[in-house]
Structure formats: C-alpha cells, structure tokens
Design a binder for this molecule. Structure first.
Ligand code: FAD
Length: 372
C-alpha cells in the first residue's frame, strides 16, 4: 500500500481528522480538489460554537456537539485561535413560545446541557436592551469562532505531524483491492494517477454520497440534498446594538433553526440562514435580494429597531442534508463499512450543523473506528 490512511476532503472535519490521525500514524494523506482548504461549506456558515441544545437525545449530533464544544474551547485556548464565548439568547416573543422554551430547556438538560437559564424581561433588557422578548433562554456556553484560523491550525498541525496534504487533486474513482483501496485522482494539469491506501475516510461534504457510490456503496437513504441558507447583513451602525447571538424559537423538525442574529469575530452582525432545498445539487451561492422583506419581517419580531434599509445581501452556504424536506431530523452518518462489505472504508455523510463545533469530537470518533 502507498498510503496507510487517506482522507478525502479538506474542510474543517477532514482537517481535524487529518491532524488527529497524523499524530499517531505514518503515511496519512489528505486529498482536496481545491487549491487550498475550506473552500466549500466550512467557510460558508455561521461560525457558532453550538451548545448542543436541540438535537435528539443520544444522537451523534447531540453527543459529539456537547463533547466537541468542550474540546474546541480548550483547543482555541491552547493554539490561540480567536473565539468569543459570547453566549446566546433564544427568545420567546409570545405566550405560546414561553412554554416552547421551557420544553427546549428540558430537552437540553437531558442531553447534558445543564447550564441553560430562563431569564425574564428585565434581565433581557439589561443584557440586550435593543431586543424584544417576554422571556428567553440564556445559553452561556455558546460562542463564535474564527473558522479560518481553526482550519489553518489543523492544517499546520497535520503538516508538523508528518501528514501529507495534496491540494488541487480530485478523487474520481475508488476501487476495492486486496488489503485496501485504489484511489484515482485528477490533478490540476488534467492528469490522472492512482495510488493505494489501506484505510479510506470519506469526508467530502456535499459530494460525500458520490464518493461512497464510487466504491460501490449506493444507498437512496444517504443521498445528499443541497439545502441552501442565505444571509443578510445588519448594516452599521445598528450592528452595534447586538452583543450576543439571538435566536427565535426553532421550527419543530429542525430543517433550520429560524432566521437568527449572528455576531462575528470582527464585530459584524448577520441575519440568517434561511432554509431552501435546491431543486438540483448545484453550487448556487447567490443571495436573492427579494428575500430582504421576509428576513426583515422575521427578525423585526425580536429586533424592534430594525428598518428595511438596515439590511443588505451578504452570502450563502449549502447544507449537505440527508433529511428530505418535511422528514424528521436525521443524524450524522459516520460508519466503518465492514458490514456492507467494505472494511476500513469510513463514511461521513450528512455532516451539516453542528459539524464545525463537533470537528474535534468527530475526529476522535473516527479514530476509534480505525482497526490498524
Ligand atoms: C448555512 C450553514 C450554517 C452553518 N452554521 C454552523 C454553525 O454555526 N456551527 C456549526 O457547528 N456548524 C455549522 N454549519 C455546519 C458546518 O459548516 C459543516 O458541518 C462543516 O463545515 C462540514 O465540514 P466538512 O469538512 O465535513 O465539509 P466541507 O467543508 O464541505 O469540506 C469537504 C471538502 O471535500 C472536498 N471534496 C469534495 N469532493 C471531493 C473529491 N471528489 N476529491 C477531493 N476533494 C473533494 C471539497 O472540496 C471540500 O473542501 C453550517 C452549515 C451551513 C451550510
């Protein structure tokens, strides 16, 4: 075998796995089709360190988020990654929503998130004088992070550990061979070449279903649907009116968690993301200016100072969803595929939010699936 372990995809998850495994194993390769890391979902998200409030009890999303949050804060301190443990409010703006936030607090407690506090109108006014809410949940452990610095640190760690990162090379084929897999790459000069690897880890984000199909694992249940989320910016000077993350009460099946207010490390504030399944899996990152009205109406419920002109189109990201529209929430799919006839082939599919928060705990989980 040319490589012991090959990881496909240098997003935040593939990079975290590469850093972890290169510490322990020799001949670890990370393959990325773009010329540098994090060019897809990992640089088009809210950059929130989630507390793990909403996910179903016992799910990987819940466990890996709660553990990942702790690991990520420790990592940020150790490696000087910019972050802000700013906290988050989930606001109830009507009597009906008050009972919903009480339910959210109970679910979160069962998931190991035991630091949530319900605060009243006066306490909200002290913390966020410009926000309207009758009651709110305060999540003190939620925060924000500079994702680019995090990915850069994972990349540096991988290289320092002796791991090899190959940019500008797209995986176009995978074939099972004796003791491993043959992987075919197309490089930036349009040349094909192949090498063998004992272990393959598919961390290819939006095309992870296609990578799985390349080896022979076709599964309707694991088809990725591109689900776009658009953001609008809250223009200065009103961005200065908000100091933490502010979320409305989420919709029941968690296709998204509502148009929320996200603060950024640089002091900017954005609203979003919304939820829109694309008809075909195209990389459509356009922001639709006509959505400004809907964003304005939705956020104005808890931001009474907001005027239509305070918003401007910002950016979009695409979630790699395996949950079909209207279906109950789906968990991360992270499996070593021996049972389906592909030993030492590890699939990560549907790594949507909280994938950034969970990057280090996912890396640990994947480590435990490796048998060499
Ligand atoms: C709108 C939005 C908001 C979000 N907000 C948050 C948040 O606040 N907090 C949070 O924790 N999570 C959030 N997430 C989720 C988080 O961004 C993702 O879970 C995370 O970025 C996934 O990382 P990844 O490495 O799995 O995928 P990606 O970043 O998509 O990386 C996959 C990589 O694989 C490469 N690749 C694909 N196919 C091939 C191939 N054939 N050959 C070589 N390379 C290939 C791609 O080029 C890409 O670089 C959000 C996601 C979205 C869309």
């Amino acid at each position: 075998m040319d490589a012991r372990i090959t990881i496909i995809g240098a997003g935040v998850v593939g990079l975290a796995i590469a850093e972890k495994l290169s510490k322990e194993f020799r001949d670890v390769f990370l393959i990325e089709k773009h010329t540098t890391f994090g060019q897809e979902t990992s640089s088009r998200n809210s950059e929130v360190i989630h507390a793990g409030i909403y996910y179903p009890k016992g799910s990987l999303k819940s466990r890996l988020c709660v553990e990942g949050k702790r690991l990520l804060y420790d990592y940020c301190k150790k490696y000087d990654i910019p972050y802000n443990n700013c906290g988050k409010l989930i606001v109830a703006t009507s009597e009906d929503e008050i009972s919903i936030i009480e339910g959210i607090k109970k679910t979160a407690f069962a998931n190991g998130v035991d630091d949530l506090i319900i605060i009243d109108r006066n306490q909200i006014a002290e913390m966020e004088p410009s926000v309207y809410a009758l009651k709110a949940i305060l999540s003190p452990s939620t925060g924000i992070i500079d994702t680019h610095s995090l990915m850069k640190s994972y990349e540096t760690g991988t290289i320092n550990n002796g791991g090899q990162i190959v940019y500008g090379s797209e995986v176009t084929g995978i074939r099972k061979v004796k003791d491993g897999y043959e992987i075919t790459l197309l490089d930036s000069d349009k040349n094909y070449y192949a090498f063998t690897s004992h272990v393959v880890i598919n961390s290819a984000g939006l095309t992870s279903d296609k990578i799985s199909e390349m080896v022979g694992l076709t599964d309707e249940n694991l088809k990725i649907l591109f689900c776009k989320g658009e953001y609008f910016r809250l223009n200065p000077p009103k961005n200065r009116l908000i100091h933490r993350l502010v979320y409305p009460v989420p919709v029941h099946n968690l296709e998204g968690i509502g148009i929320h207010v996200t603060i950024e490390m640089g002091g900017g504030v954005k609203l979003g993301p919304d939820v829109n399944y694309l008809e075909s899996n195209t990389y459509d990152y356009k922001v639709t200016p006509s959505k400004q009205e809907a964003f304005f109406r939705s956020a104005r419920k808890f931001l009474p100072f907001l005027e239509f002109e305070d918003l401007s189109p910002e950016m979009a990201g695409i979630r790699p969803k395996i949950q079909k529209p209207g279906e109950p929430v789906r968990d991360f799919y992270i499996k070593e595929e021996s049972e389906r006839g592909y030993p030492d082939f590890i699939n990560l599919i549907g790594i949507e939010s909280p994938g950034l928060t969970s990057s280090l705990s996912i890396a640990n989980y994947v480590r435990n699936l490796i048998r060499i």
